[in-house]
Design a protein around this ligand. Structure first.
Ligand SMILES: Cc1cc2nc3c(=O)[nH]c(=O)nc-3n(C[C@H](O)[C@H](O)[C@H](O)COP(=O)(O)OP(=O)(O)OC[C@H]3O[C@@H](n4cnc5c(N)ncnc54)[C@H](O)[C@@H]3O)c2cc1C
Length: 354
């Protein structure tokens, strides 16, 4: 090993290796020949799923790196990592300890169905799942319209409303009686993310599976990591699109777009610096900073992938090309909760209360 390599930290070496294996699998994941959750056991082996909630900066770097090669895999890692985060914040019980242990080894796959919770707390729509008392436990009924990482060995965390009490968050194994999973196929991208809906009919929940008796407190706690890590996969996608666009400067028509490439590269550097600053001290980030970052990076990724496509020309219009894949992947970012409309609406509400 050369001295230059020896000086590099273990995490950087891990990132290089992870990046090349993600790159090698990106087309197979895009064709849904490989589930997007394939990387989790590999990350577990390297101890990269163990990092605590305080380690947002390293996780942001990891997810950004993966997204430079494949958004679907990065998204799956984000979802899994968020479930670990929710469970770490729960009161400990044998059930929680067992789920945490299996999620950390990648033996179980985490699915975060928190979009409806995030939307309900912002006042956008009511929670679609309700919890009612049932003996010493609860019973859940309703529908989760979308969740990903819905694999046979999945554990989903979802919010549920209660009559006369605050909404809660619960963790459930997907093979719990009363849960029906409906896979959705034919997505524009992210086809390998095992995405679909969940119907819950009389699902019995043990009190130990209730992560929080107050959804609002739980969400406020994980929100900085949630938004910073979401922003990181958008940044990774944008970073790769900008890097590709920067190589396309051989012809006069490509050179005519140099100012746009330079402007977008400058925005990428700015937003990366903001992400790094917030990730270094997530607890100190304000709602406005977090929501603005998330909105900025969505716009950046959409613009960067469009510019890469414009500069690449006809060969980037082949549906299976990496350029077209990134364009399709970017189309998910404005609709992922909090969606672009949600972010704008919440930011304008903050402005009116400031
Ligand atoms: C590929 C993909 C993966 C996603 N993964 C997750 C995830 O892991 N976790 C998470 O919390 N959210 C996930 N979402 C949801 C996402 O984050 C946004 O909340 C959602 O896209 C916002 O759309 P919406 O406002 O239309 O609300 P939605 O939550 O999509 O639903 C609004 C209403 O639209 C109708 N509807 C929704 N989907 C369909 C459908 N397929 N067919 C017919 N009617 C439908 C339903 O009646 C529903 O009540 C995913 C969405 C997509 C597209």
């Amino acid at each position: 090993m050369s001295s230059a390599v020896a000086e590099r930290s273990a995490i950087e070496l891990d990132l290089d290796e992870i990046r090349s294996v993600v790159a090698a699998n990106a087309s197979a994941v895009d064709r849904a020949e490989l589930p997007a959750s394939w990387l989790l056991p590999e990350l577990a082996q390297r101890g990269l799923l163990d990092s605590g909630a305080e380690d947002v900066a390293n996780l942001a770097h990891l997810i950004d790196t993966i997204a430079q090669e494949d958004l679907a895999t990065a998204f799956s890692v984000w979802a899994h990592r968020m479930v670990l985060e929710y469970l770490t914040r729960a009161e400990r019980s044998p059930f929680i300890d067992e789920e945490l242990a299996e999620l950390r080894t990648g033996a179980r796959v985490g699915s975060t169905a928190m979009a409806s919770g995030v939307k309900a707390l912002a006042g956008i729509e009511a929670l679609p799942v309700t919890a009612t008392r049932d003996g010493d436990g609860l019973r859940l009924d309703g529908v989760i319209p979308w969740a990903s990482n819905l694999t046979a060995n999945g554990t989903v965390v979802l919010p549920a409303g209660q009559v006369g009490a605050p909404p809660i968050a619960v963790a459930l194994r997907l093979d719990t009686p009363g849960i029906t999973r409906r896979d959705v196929r034919g997505l524009l991208a992210l086809e390998a993310t095992a995405s679909g809906s969940l119907q819950l009919s009389g699902v019995r929940v043990d009190p130990a599976a209730v992560l929080s008796g107050d959804l609002g407190t739980l969400v406020r706690g994980f929100r900085p990591a949630f938004l910073i890590l979401q922003s990181s996969f958008a940044l990774g996608l944008a970073r790769r699109a900008v890097a590709e666009a920067q190589t396309l400067d051989h012809r006069p028509d490509q050179l005519a777009l140099r100012p746009q490439v330079q402007a977008i590269a400058a925005a990428l550097a700015r937003h990366t610096a903001t992400r790094d600053r917030l990730a270094a001290a997530p607890g100190q980030a304000s709602d406005r900073e977090l929501l603005t970052l998330r909105l900025d990076v969505v716009e950046l990724a959409v613009a960067a992938t469009r510019l890469e496509s414009t500069l690449t020309g006809g060969r980037g219009y082949l549906a299976a090309s990496p350029t077209a894949r990134r364009l399709r992947e970017a189309a998910f970012l404005p609709i992922q909760s909090p969606s672009e409309g949600h972010l704008r609406w919440e930011l304008s509400s903050l402005a009116s209360t400031a």
